[in-house]
Design a protein around this ligand. Structure first.
Ligand code: GUN
Ligand code: ZN
Length: 442
């Protein structure tokens, strides 16, 4: 044990580990499975990853090794779309998207002008995501800059890599939630200066969705993105049929919903488009051509009755799209990426497109990282990557234990974890090489 107050410089974790060297949707050899692996970490990065018996002898004898003999270790989950400010309205009964926004969401979000409320919600959010094994998320805040300061400050305290931004909205929402094109621009620039690239924090220009921004504000959003290379764009697209029709009526000069964003320079690498359920083939091709990405949020899509995302259409085509998984709380019903994989499997199964466990875990880890263009830093256990990973417990519940015992391969074990697992199956979450959550010590 190290002395109180001093952390060992090098730490190591041993156990059954799975990872990816690429995209298993296109490369069948991209899956990495090491039955007895050692992950060595120093200064927040992975410095060695491979079979225990090949690496152990190369380490100084006093390195502390944490051994998880019955676990499955993978990269920390990447939640590609969430609204931390909607934790308090998760599970609101009875409405589709536009009514849900009016009756629940816009009321709740008005509370986030209060920094104290934003701070306590951010702290609760981080407790929850780390309990669920999520180490990176692309997060909507509210229109209030305070809500962004609270989120990034908490992330900096926890050491996590987060992508977040102030919501831009200058129409079709209650007055207290509206900014203007000019104010939204200035406040976003202030936040970019305070947070973008500071430690592990990254900024996303965040127009909520086309209906709540005027053309002037979308133009300002495009200008912000162009002026600050390396920032992200985070918005929603084609989630709901009524929403899509509304966008067509608000922007009659544009070819469709996606074209609104395209016109204002909001597509490209680093653009995260939540949902994308009701897209045309031409829109999907344009998303691929621009290098934009879709955040598939199955628990939300089912809960709001929005529709079924076409994973087959996104992946089995001439130009496959970047796709990751999002919880989309509070329209989504779980912060667990395991639960999200479960629902993603079922949505694709309705299209007779069963997604393998290897692909599901990819979507929840390296796939999300690749969607963000961050797969050289997070999302896999590659040497040089940031040392964020999760230790999953196949024996977490009696049901899981009896089923896991019968698994005859790593893939079967992973599938069982994704279908039966949730927060209880997360034994530990490591952020930058250090335990940020340990279930049995919590
Ligand atoms: N579209 C615009 N805003 C929202 C939101 O807060 N949640 C979801 N699911 N869709 C949206
Ligand atoms: Zn959303």
């Amino acid at each position: 044990m190290s002395a109180v107050g001093t952390e060992p410089k090098v730490t190591a974790v041993r156990g059954h580990a799975v990872s990816y060297s690429g995209d298993p949707f296109v490369d069948p050899d991209a899956f990495v499975d090491i039955a007895d692996a050692l992950i060595v970490c120093a200064d927040g990065l992975i410095t060695r990853f491979g079979p225990y018996d090949q690496i152990r002898g190369t380490l100084p004898p006093d390195v502390e090794i944490r051994h998880y003999p019955d676990a499955l270790i993978c990269a920390g989950f990447v939640d590609l779309h969430a609204h931390y400010v909607q934790m308090g309205i998760i599970g609101a009964f009875g409405s589709e998207l536009l009514e849900w926004l009016t009756h629940h969401t816009f009321r709740e979000e008005q509370r986030f002008g209060d920094l104290a409320h934003a701070r306590s919600t951010a702290a609760a959010y981080f407790d929850e995501i780390l309990r669920n094994g999520t180490t990176t998320a692309a997060v909507f805040c509210t229109v209030h800059p305070e809500s962004v300061d609270a989120l990034f400050a908490e992330s900096a305290r926890r050491g996590t890599r987060m992508i977040a931004g102030k919501v831009l909205m200058d129409r079709n929402a209650p007055d207290p939630l509206l900014d203007t094109a000019a104010r939204g621009y200035e406040e976003s620039e202030g936040l970019i200066a305070r947070w973008h690239g500071v430690g592990r924090q990254l900024y996303a220009v965040t127009p909520r969705f086309a209906p709540t921004s005027t053309p002037a504000q979308l133009e300002a959003a495009g200008a912000l993105r162009a002026r600050h290379p390396g920032t992200f764009v985070h918005t929603h697209v084609s989630e709901n049929v009524a929403e899509t029709a509304w966008v067509r009526s608000l922007f009659p000069d544009r070819a469709g919903y996606l074209d609104v964003y395209d016109h204002f320079g909001l597509l490209g690498p680093g653009t995260i488009l939540a949902h994308g359920i009701h897209l045309t083939d031409a829109e999907r091709a344009r998303i691929a051509a621009t290098g934009s990405a879709i955040a598939h949020c199955p628990t939300s899509n089912l809960f709001l009755g929005s529709g079924l995302f076409g994973m087959r259409d996104a992946k089995e085509c001439a130009a496959p799209l970047h796709v990751g998984l999002g919880t989309d709380i509070g329209a989504g019903t779980s912060l667990s990426m395991l639960a999200t994989m479960n629902e993603a499997y079922k949505v694709a199964a309705l299209d007779s497109y069963p997604v393998s466990a290897v692909r599901l875990f990819y979507l929840a880890t390296r796939g999300g990282a690749a969607a963000l263009g961050l797969d050289d830093r997070i999302g896999s256990l590659m040497v040089g990557n940031e040392a964020d990973f999760v230790v999953l417990d196949p024996n977490a519940t009696p049901m899981l234990a009896q089923r896991s015992r019968r698994a005859e391969s790593t893939e079967e074990l992973m599938f069982v974890m994704s279908i039966l697992g949730d927060d209880r199956a997360v034994a530990a979450t490591y952020v930058a090489g250090r335990p940020a959550y340990e279930r049995d010590r919590a």
